[in-house]
Design a protein around this ligand. Sequence first.
Ligand SMILES: Cc1cc2nc3c(=O)[nH]c(=O)nc-3n(C[C@H](O)[C@H](O)[C@H](O)COP(=O)(O)OP(=O)(O)OC[C@H]3O[C@@H](n4cnc5c(N)ncnc54)[C@H](O)[C@@H]3O)c2cc1C
Length: 420
Amino acid sequence: MALAVTRTFGLLPRLGSCVCRTRRLILNRIHRRSVVSCIDPSLGLTDEQKEFQKVAFDFAANEMAPHMAEWDEKEIFPVDTMRSAAQLGFGGIYVRPDVGGSGLTRLDTSVIFEALSTGCVSTTAYMSIHNMCAWMIDTFGNDEQRHKYCPALCTMEKFASYCLTEPGSGSDAASLLTTAKLEGDHYILNGSKAFISGGGDTDVYVVMCRTGGKGAKGISCLVVEKGAPGLSFGKKEKKVGWNSQPTRAVIFEDCAVPVASRLGEEGQGFNIAMKGLNGGRINIASCSLGAAHACVFLARDHLRVRKQFGEPLSNSQFLQFRLAEMATKLVASRLMVRQAAAALQEDRDDAVSLCSMAKLFATDECFRICNQALQMHGGYGYLKDYAVQQFVRDIRVHQILEGTNEVMRMIVSRNLLMDQ
Ligand SMILES: Cc1cc2nc3c(=O)[nH]c(=O)nc-3n(C[C@H](O)[C@H](O)[C@H](O)COP(=O)(O)OP(=O)(O)OC[C@H]3O[C@@H](n4cnc5c(N)ncnc54)[C@H](O)[C@@H]3O)c2cc1C
């Protein structure tokens, strides 16, 4: 239990190569720290879950945290690191084992993404989208499709992107306009997708497109491979965070895709997209948990070390209370995410609402935790030498994507108002 928590220390508290004396002192303190048991993320987990949590924390500390600033600064998509993570089973965590997946549960997945995110939120968040795509193919694909795509996705020899959003359809995703017209044994796609994570650098595109009339029932799901004639990409977007993964528009101009690449039946695409997103919301919320977990430690260390008015900031009751609130909100968020993950695993009727509630609560609260941690660092928190600002920048977008947090409110209130 202690080991799992101490593994996060590798990334703290500062990034960059020039370590001045004060910062060296901070680094020394990290290795002498004691366990803060009230926010221990291994509490309540089985022995097996604690084992792979430890593996994920180790990977985050050793393979990701030392590079997260450079990946951000130079906008590097760390393909080799992700492939190493896939060697540990993190490329298809909840994909079935017969096609190379790890066959773990949604709760297991949440535990892993939370731990990995302490090392780099942006890279872990991309991996969560990749995992979601692999699960969609595993779940809704036929045997041929599963065996064609999943093994290479699980090893991350190939990378996947999820293509729903369009320039004119974001929150109102069912209004999408990309068309797929049937011509012989191919669909001809025309239209464009916006904000696609991994776009241009990935190999497999899970695309929601219109094969029928207006609304959700006219949407189908096609797997489009990079290199398909008529498939191209927009410029790489410049972003506030999530810089270790590219974001581009994906453009279809008379792009021919075999009918055999359709997942499920015509008209099932929107349902497939939303089922993917239920798990996606748990995953992205888990990435926020990892960031908040790291930031509580960053804040605590800074308060202990930084002196103002002749004493450590940690002597200020105001800041002590703030730290306690951060820890409390972190644990509350984690409980909600894990409850939702269990509900989704059991395919319960309340799972969709619980996933939305967890995504709404955890991504909002974890952003506040990270932002508060930055505030506690004063001016230093605003410097790129300190990791806290990267966590803040990286998790801000979790309140926007995989359904905005306003859309999460719509889903929850719809459920309540429809309830008899
Ligand atoms: C970095 C990044 C990566 C992304 N990756 C992907 C990806 O891989 N695949 C993909 O398909 N998409 C991706 N997206 C797109 C993302 O899912 C959308 O940005 C998101 O769904 C919101 O859509 P929009 O940007 O068009 O905002 P809009 O829908 O235009 O919404 C603007 C604002 O209005 C609010 N709003 C809208 N309608 C209502 C309403 N009725 N009531 C109250 N408030 C409302 C929204 O909540 C939001 O705050 C990504 C986005 C970003 C920024």
